[in-house]
Design a binder for this molecule. Structure first.
Ligand SMILES: C[S@@+](CC[C@H](N)C(=O)[O-])C[C@H]1O[C@@H](n2cnc3c(N)ncnc32)[C@H](O)[C@@H]1O
Length: 274
């Protein structure tokens, strides 16, 4: 279906996400059944670092089909989830109704978040697999700053940009990391594959995707330039998905194999509007 390259990377990405929503809702990866039975979809790192959300007005950017958004609603936050995929927003609304949780969902791009989701939020939240879909982090950070009320906080947990340089496809039986790509890359990388990270048994028909490689420095600088003060920037030796073939499961996370080098696999940042 995407044999002809798309002229617009965002449109191509949207078509692929639209296809993935239904697959993800039914996947073991997302554990919707367990969520409906009362489990939280939030991992321990986020639960530990995010702090109390009860009674807070919270905006979740790139909320996918709302699983984390609704887990935050269960913790007492007044949640708004935003995503550019109409199917994701429809699935999020259906899940909220099924779970009997109050939530508002908005179908919009991140670069129109302040205009579409409004301002005055106590918290803005985003996690795991979000920044690579955004061409310009200055616009992202400006929207976050505009959405927050003074004193409001932004929290992000994300895969570490170091991951980009390693071969994520080859079978690395030697347990080592193989650096195959540069850390610094301008513009989007165009990928073409049928693989779905949540449901490997499925072959996607929308093969094309475009990802932007944002360095750690770029993320923090964009937030600072938007007027946010960094509370912390933590690097972690764990990741919620198997970002590299050599990583092994440890509870909710994937970590370096025993004896392998401990590299940063993810990071979290909290920033505050003055
Ligand atoms: C991997 S999910 C991240 C959310 C969460 N960690 C999860 O796994 O459910 C990425 C989400 O970003 C959304 N997305 C991608 N580009 C976007 C954009 N420009 N504006 C708004 N949403 C976008 C996709 O539709 C998708 O739901």
């Amino acid at each position: 279906m995407s044999a002809t390259p798309s002229n617009d990377p965002i449109t191509a990405n949207l078509a692929r996400w639209e296809e993935q929503v239904g697959i993800h809702v039914g996947s073991d990866f997302y554990r919707v059944k367990e969520f409906l039975a009362g489990e939280t979809s939030l991992d321990p790192l986020i639960l530990d670092e995010l702090g109390d959300v009860a009674g807070k007005r919270l905006l979740h950017l790139q909320c996918h089909f709302g699983l984390d958004t609704l887990s935050l609603a269960r913790k007492g936050a007044a949640v708004t989830g935003l995503d550019f995929s109409p199917k994701a927003i429809a699935a999020a609304e259906a899940l909220a109704a099924q779970a009997k949780l109050p939530a508002r969902f908005i179908c919009a791009r991140v670069d129109e978040a302040a205009q579409r989701a409004g301002t005055g939020y106590d918290m803005v939240f985003a996690s795991w697999g979000v920044l690579m879909w955004l061409p310009d982090l200055r616009i992202w950070a400006k929207n976050i700053a505009d959405c927050l009320k003074p004193g409001g906080t932004f929290y992000l947990a994300e895969g570490h940009p170091m991951l980009w340089i390693f071969d994520d496809e080859a079978e690395t039986a030697d347990g080592n990391y193989h650096a195959v790509r540069p850390y610094f890359l301008e513009g989007p990388q165009r990928w073409e594959n049928a693989h779905d990270y949540a449901e490997p048994s499925v072959s996607l028909t929308h093969l094309e995707s475009h990802e932007w490689q944002h360095t750690l420095g770029e993320v923090v600088t964009a937030l600072a330039e938007a007027g946010l003060r960094i509370d912390f920037l933590h690097e972690h030796d764990r990741l919620v998905w198997q970002g590299l073939p050599c990583l092994v499961r440890e509870g909710r996370y994937f970590v370096a194999p025993e004896g392998g080098p401990r590299l940063p696999l993810s990071y979290s940042v909290r920033a505050r509007k003055a």
